[in-house]
Design a protein around this ligand. Structure first.
Ligand code: ADP
Ligand code: MG
Length: 546
């Protein structure tokens, strides 16, 4: 229906013919929706786990991304089916809330829908299925709590934290350096963490990357790294005990705007104007020096003449620094951002023990390191590119590696943060899912109603994660799963999982494969919610294609 106006301004209503719309109702709608969601889950299934495959995605403008991260794969995929978009949202919310487990959550939702389809075909009403799933998810949720363990760590004993981050990284392309990267992630999180309030502000951790060097050269800097250099090559490369003026106002004489008119018709007039401009800038520099600044960081630029003058007056400066960086610098150095030049005063200066410009090898690249800041609670992880991956050794390989390393580190940082917030863990490798599956299966017997079918199906769906893990590791899925499940029941040990890396034991406790409890619980909750939502849609009306 649309409202339109004729040439005299009178409104009239256009009714589009209903037959032109495509419409799916009842079971057809549910089946079609389930099929779309399953298609998305199938794509991610092969990416799950330490032996999971990576995806190569090409954006419309030709940029190539290689990634193993579920949220990123879905984000970059161009889906235009509405239900498929829900799965994208699902992965995104897991990413937002937890940071890790973005692939697993979609695989789980796909499996739940696959089971639901079978139930619908057997004539069970979607609402019954949804209710059964809800009950089952609560059972699984509580069971996770029961099999979880607290694990202790402190600022001096970070080994357990490092281990957990290593599990997260082991399924990523960067797993060759997982130890080093996990240590960096944990140290970074601890540096900004508020252990008393059990909170971590991840915004204080900046992740920077630069092509070149090796992945092993990735380092943690207790300070800020800015991808800028001193405005003049002859300015000092190293400033100790720097007092930094952080300016978001122009650092140059006011330029005549288009509205003003300056008539310069004689050489003298030009000379005076030039002298005045120079004097004006000279005063600005003097003002900076008077308040005690030894370094100026500006959001805007200044021209070459000003640059030259700054060099002469021995006031190092950095220009064209982005707003986000400026804010971080201000937080780290305890300085204030100065938006109007007149407001510059000594107490607004930021303080840093050392500011240095670092150049990389023979390249022209330089970066500015701001270290030993007054407020040391801002750190930077500086990733170096790597060309170890033969398949992507082409020119852009390094850049793609850096991007993927950033995403993998994000997962590791989130895991460390989650553990600081809540230090309960469950074991990975599908062991927690198998344990829940057994618990849910047993609970189904206690429900006399139709829901018991849905609850049993939920238990079957939980097996999807260990099945996918073993399939991706080249094991025979059904055989492996039944063996592990039998072992869990026999030994009453919820730590048996899939031995993906062929270590020789499938006790995940021995293998040190953890995941956070809240991450796993969130996966189950989110997957169930989305599945319930999809099951409750029984009428799909979409505009017809013209
Ligand atoms: P997600 O995006 O869901 O985190 P991953 O590709 O990171 O997906 O895979 C996570 C799954 O892999 C989890 O179920 C985790 O327990 C499992 N996993 C990770 N490392 C190992 C390992 N070394 N052995 C067995 N399973 C592992
Ligand atoms: Mg992961």
């Amino acid at each position: 229906m649309a409202l339109a106006f004729d040439e005299f301004g009178r409104p009239f209503i256009i009714l589009r013919e209903q037959e032109k719309k495509s419409r799916l109702r009842g079971l057809d709608a549910q089946k079609s929706n389930i099929a779309s969601a399953k298609a998305v889950a199938r794509i991610l299934r092969t990416s799950l786990g330490p032996k999971g495959m990576d995806k190569m995605l090409q954006s419309p403008d030709g940029d190539v991304t290689i990634t193993n991260d579920g949220a990123t794969i879905l984000e970059q995929m161009d889906v235009d089916n509405q239900i498929a978009k829900l799965m994208v949202e699902l992965s995104r919310s897991q990413d937002y809330e937890i940071g890790d487990g973005t692939t697993g959550v979609v695989v789980m939702a796909g499996a739940l829908l696959e089971q639901a389809e079978k139930l619908l075909e057997r004539g069970i009403h979607p609402i019954r299925v949804a209710e059964g799933y809800e009950m089952a998810s609560r059972i699984a949720f509580d069971h996770l709590e029961r099999i979880s363990t607290k694990f202790e760590f402190s600022a001096d004993n970070i080994e357990p934290l490092v281990r957990t981050c290593m599990t997260t990284l082991s399924s990523k392309i960067v797993n060759r350096c997982k130890r080093a990267l996990a240590e960096i992630a944990v140290k970074a999180v601890l540096a900004v963490a508020d252990l008393e309030r059990k909170d971590v502000n991840l915004d204080l951790i900046k992740v920077e990357g630069k092509v070149g060097g090796k992945l092993e050269d990735t380092e943690l800097i207790y300070g800020i790294v800015v991808d800028k250099d001193m405005s003049h090559p002859q300015m000092p490369k190293r400033i100790e005990d720097a007092k930094i003026a952080i300016l978001t106002c122009p650092f140059e004489p006011p330029k005549p705007k288009t509205k003003h008119k300056v008539d310069i018709d004689t050489v003298e007039k030009f000379q005076t104007l030039r002298e005045q401009e120079q004097k004006y800038f000279d005063e600005m520099v003097q003002k900076c020096k008077d308040v005690g600044a030894t370094l100026v960081i500006c959001q805007w630029g200044f021209d070459d003449e000003a640059n030259h003058l700054l060099m002469h007056r021995n006031l190092p400066a950095v220009r064209w620094v982005g707003g986000v960086e400026l804010e971080l610098i201000a937080i780290a150095t305890g300085g204030r951002i100065v938006p109007r030049f007149q407001e510059l005063s000594p107490e607004k200066l930021g303080k840093a023990g050392l500011v240095r410009e670092k150049s990389f090898g023979t390249t022209k690249d330089r970066m500015l390191y701001i270290e030993k800041c007054a407020n040391s609670r801002a750190v930077t992880i500086f990733i170096r590119g790597d060309s170890f991956n033969e398949t992507i050794r082409c020119g852009t390989g390094n850049k793609m590696m850096i991007e993927e390393t950033k995403r993998s580190l994000h997962d590791a940082l989130c895991v460390a943060r989650n553990l600081i917030r809540n230090n309960s863990i469950v074991y990975g490798g599908g062991s927690a899912e198998i344990a829940c599956s057994i618990a849910v299966e047993t609970a189904a017997d206690r429900h006399p109603g139709v829901e018991q079918y849905a609850i049993r199906s939920f238990a079957d769906a939980l097996d999807a994660v260990p099945l996918a893990l073993s399939e991706n590791s080249g094991l025979s899925p059904i055989d492996t799963l039944t063996a592990v499940k039998a072992q869990q029941v026999k030994d009453n040990n919820p730590h048996c999982g899939i031995d993906c890396n062929d270590v020789g034991t499938n006790d995940m406790k021995e293998q040190n494969v953890f995941e956070t409890l809240i991450g796993k619980q969130q996966q189950i909750l989110l997957a169930t919610q989305v599945v319930k939502m999809i099951l409750k849609i029984d009428d799909v009306i979409s505009p017809s294609e013209y």
